[in-house]
Design a protein around this ligand. Structure first.
Ligand code: MEV
Length: 314
C-alpha cells in the first residue's frame, strides 16, 4: 500500500458564531495561510496491525492501541475504519502536523480530523468523498466541542466560503466583489467547548433574552450574505460591529478582544468583531482599500501575537 498525504485549511467565522448552534445561519471561510497535514506511510517491517502515531506539535509519539477511544486522533481513525468496514489497518505510521494555532477559533481540531480522515481512507485504498469526510469529522468535533453546529468540519472539508445552517446541506454562494479581512490573534487559548457550554447555561437561564440575541445575529448573517452576493462588501463593516455587540451581550467577548476590535476601528477598519468561540482566540476586521497594513500594525500594537491578511474571493 503506498503512502498517502492529505491536508485541510484553517477557517474563520465571518458572521453567526454561537447563534449557529441554535439553528441560525452563519458564514465561514477557509483560511489557506494555515493548515493541518496528515500522512500515512506503510511500515513494511512493522508489527502487523500496529499503527504508530506521531504528532510532534503536541509531543505525541505513540501507538493507536495506546490511545483512549475518545482521543480525537483515535476517534478519527476509528470513524474511517467503521465507515469503510475495515477491521485491521496494515502496519503504518500516521504523522500529523499543523500550523493552525490550537484553541484559537481557526478550526484546528476540525482541520486535523479532516486531514487524518482523508489520509487514512486514502491509505486504505478508499479515498472518501467530502460529504463522508465531513460527517466523520463532525462526530470527532463532538468530542472537542460537546454540542458543535458542524460549521467547522464543513468549511474546512469543502475549503470554500459557506453559508451554513445546522442540519442542512452545505450552501456556497458567490463572492461578487473580493474583499480583505485581517485576522488578529489574541494569543489567548480559549477552548470552544467552554464558551459554547457557557452560552448554553446562559440560554437555559434566560431563554427569551438569548433567543432574541440569536435571532438578531441570524438576520445580520442574512444581510451579510446579501451584501456579499450583491457586490457591496463595504456593507459588511457595520454588520460586523453589530454582531460583535451581540456577542458581547452573550458574554463571549473579553477585554483583550474588545481592545483589538477598537484598535482596528481606530486604524480605519470598516468593521470588526471577534471570530469563533470568543473569550480569546481570534478577531477579524474588514479592511478598506489600501489600509490592510495599518490595521495589522494596529493589531500588533494592541497586543496581537500574529495577524493574517486574507483576501476573500471566489
Ligand atoms: C466555532 O468555530 C463556532 C461556534 O459557533 C461553535 C459551533 O458552531 O460549533 C462558537
Amino acid at each position: 500500500m503506498p503512502s498517502y498525504s492529505a491536508h485541510a485549511p484553517g477557517k474563520i467565522i465571518l458572521f453567526g458564531e454561537h447563534a449557529v448552534v441554535y439553528g441560525q445561519p452563519a458564514i465561514a471561510i477557509p483560511v489557506h495561510q494555515v493548515r493541518a497535514n496528515a500522512s500515512v506511510t506503510p511500515e513494511i517491517n512493522g508489527d502487523p496491525g500496529v499503527v504508530r502515531i506521531q504528532a510532534p506539535n503536541i509531543d505525541l509519539d505513540t501507538r493507536l492501541d495506546e490511545l483512549n477511544l475518545d482521543h480525537p486522533l483515535a476517534a478519527a481513525i476509528e470513524g474511517v475504519t467503521a465507515s469503510l468496514g475495515i477491521s485491521r489497518i496494515p502496519a503504518c505510521t500516521l504523522r500529523v502536523t499543523s500550523t493552525i494555532p490550537v484553541a484559537s477559533g481557526l478550526g484546528s481540531g476540525a482541520a486535523v480530523s479532516v486531514a487524518v480522515i482523508r489520509a487514512m481512507a486514502g491509505f486504505l485504498g478508499q479515498p472518501m468523498a467530502n460529504e463522508q469526510v465531513s460527517k466523520i469529522a463532525f462526530e470527532v468535533e463532538k468530542i472537542h466541542h460537546g454540542t458543535p453546529s458542524g460549521i467547522d468540519n464543513t468549511v474546512v472539508t469543502f475549503a470554500k466560503p459557506v453559508y451554513f445552517v445546522k442540519g442542512h446541506p452545505i450552501e456556497t454562494f458567490n463572492i461578487t466583489n473580493p474583499f480583505t479581512i485581517i485576522i488578529g490573534d489574541t494569543g489567548i487559548a480559549s477552548p470552544t467547548k467552554e464558551t459554547v457550554g457557557d452560552v448554553r447555561l446562559r440560554w437555559q437561564a434566560n431563554p427569551k433574552k438569548f433567543e432574541a440575541f440569536f435571532a438578531a445575529v441570524g438576520s445580520i448573517t442574512k444581510s451579510a450574505r446579501a451584501a456579499i452576493e450583491s457586490g457591496h462588501p463595504v456593507r459588511l463593516g457595520p454588520l460586523m460591529n453589530e454582531n460583535h455587540a451581540l456577542l458581547q451581550e452573550m458574554g463571549v467577548s473579553s477585554p483583550t478582544l474588545d481592545r483589538l476590535v477598537q484598535a482596528a476601528l481606530d486604524s480605519g477598519a470598516l468593521g470588526a468583531k471577534l471570530s469563533g468561540g470568543g473569550r480569546g482566540g481570534n478577531m477579524i476586521a474588514l479592511a478598506a482599500t489600501g489600509n490592510e497594513k495599518l490595521i495589522s500594525l494596529a493589531f500588533k500594537n494592541a497586543g496581537a501575537i500574529r495577524t493574517i491578511t486574507s483576501n476573500i474571493e471566489d
